[in-house]
Design a protein around this ligand. Structure first.
Ligand SMILES: C[S@@+](CC[C@H](N)C(=O)[O-])C[C@H]1O[C@@H](n2cnc3c(N)ncnc32)[C@H](O)[C@@H]1O
Length: 355
């Protein structure tokens, strides 16, 4: 159905940006609410092991403590999926007296089907839902967490041709299928990062306007309200070139334009660009640190052993292999990174020590 709408839009108005295409495909995709787990299309870290959300809970408790234990404070998750990460986070936060009773829970989620699943999982904590961060109250400090949220925000792509940058578009081929095209007019890319000069024709550069706008919003809020934000996602350590747009369906890659609305569409996160933007507007930033390193610093090994000690043999094997999957450099340990942004008053948050 979404494919029909996208094609009709292009027929009526001409080719659309990759950003528009991705936004239309993603909103239809998550509206179904069936993305996660073995029966779905992909498995995220909190769905692999409870330890993931628990350690993020430990991080939130320590940040809350270093903020001076504010009561109340706003605990926000961006893109909470099935609510699994938040449920594990809240359970583990009972190690810090006062955290849970001080937290006001806010979930930024656009999918009605996933909101319903989150309501089921998080009912006792009375969450409040938001379409965007903008409607979260501004009257108290903020702790924000987001796992695999930024990669779902729509990107713009630019292709280098004859020494200039042309936006990559989605249009219709002669046979009526969706195809990539490029804009007729070149665009001057303002505030060009240095690496965008002198690149060969054919190179692709990606930028994520919504992720940058989110950092702007966070910057003004964190400086005003106090607090910190934790982003976990996949992408390189440094900004660079390349087409990272990908579609996944049934745990396998599928062509990006093949089934809009029926496959998950993501792009790698340019952490360095987000950190630069945060720094320019007066925030502190730490990372990105590889997920495996960060989880080990937060204590994934002792927590896994603690759970394994009282588990059956089968459950013990599952716990150990799940933790390994999260930290192994060949699996999620290196591709996934962790970035923290915070108000200038916050000191080094856990997991970001420079060794
Ligand atoms: C890949 S899932 C990650 C879910 C969860 N954080 C996890 O780790 O299992 C992306 C989540 O972001 C939500 N989402 C995607 N685009 C969004 C947007 N523009 N605004 C708010 N939520 C969005 C999806 O509905 C989904 O809950």
């Amino acid at each position: 159905m979404q494919e029909g709408l996208i094609k009709a839009l292009i027929r009526d108005n001409g080719p659309i940006s990759v950003e528009r295409f991705m936004a239309m495909a993603i909103s239809a995709y998550y509206a179904k609410g069936t993305a996660f787990g073995r029966q779905g299309d992909f498995t995220t870290a909190p769905e692999i092991s409870q330890v993931f959300g628990e350690l993020i809970g430990v991080w939130c408790c320590l940040v809350w403590e270093s903020l001076g234990r504010p009561a109340p404070f706003h605990l926000v998750e961006l893109g909470p999926g099935r609510g699994t990460l938040m449920a594990d986070l809240l359970r583990s936060s009972t190690i810090m007296p006062g955290f849970l009773t001080s937290a006001r829970l806010h979930l930024v989620e656009t999918s009605p089907a996933l909101r319903a699943q989150q309501a089921e999982t998080l009912k006792p904590h009375a969450p409040i839902w938001h379409e965007t961060l903008r409607s979260v109250p501004m009257d108290a400090p903020l702790i924000v967490v987001a796992n695999e949220f930024l990669d779902a925000l729509p990107i713009r792509q630019y292709v280098r041709k004859s020494g200039a940058w042309f936006e990559r578009l989605v249009g219709l081929a002669k046979n009526g299928a969706l195809e990539f095209q490029t804009a007729d007019e070149a665009e001057a890319i303002l505030s060009q990062p240095g690496f965008l000069r002198n690149v060969p024709d054919g190179a692709v550069w990606e930028t994520n306007p919504q992720a940058l706008a989110l950092v702007d919003d966070l910057s003004s809020r964190l400086r005003l309200q106090g607090g910190g934000a934790l982003f976990i996602d996949y992408g390189p350590l440094e900004s660079g070139l390349g087409d990272s747009l990908q579609a996944v369906k049934g745990h396998a890659f599928t062509p990006v334009l093949a089934e809009p609305g029926l496959a998950d569409l993501t792009a790698h996160v340019d952490f360095a660009a987000l950190a630069r933007r945060a720094r320019e507007s007066g925030l502190k930033d730490w990372g990105p640190v590889p997920q495996g390193v960060w989880l080990q610093r937060l204590g994934i090994a002792p927590r896994t052993s603690q759970l394994a000690a009282t588990a059956s043999q089968d459950r013990r094997d599952l716990l150990v292999s799940a933790s390994r999957r999260l930290i192994d450099p060949q699996e999620m340990g290196t591709l996934f990174k962790v970035l923290a942004l915070a108000a200038p008053c916050l000191s080094l948050p856990p997991g970001f020590e420079v060794t």
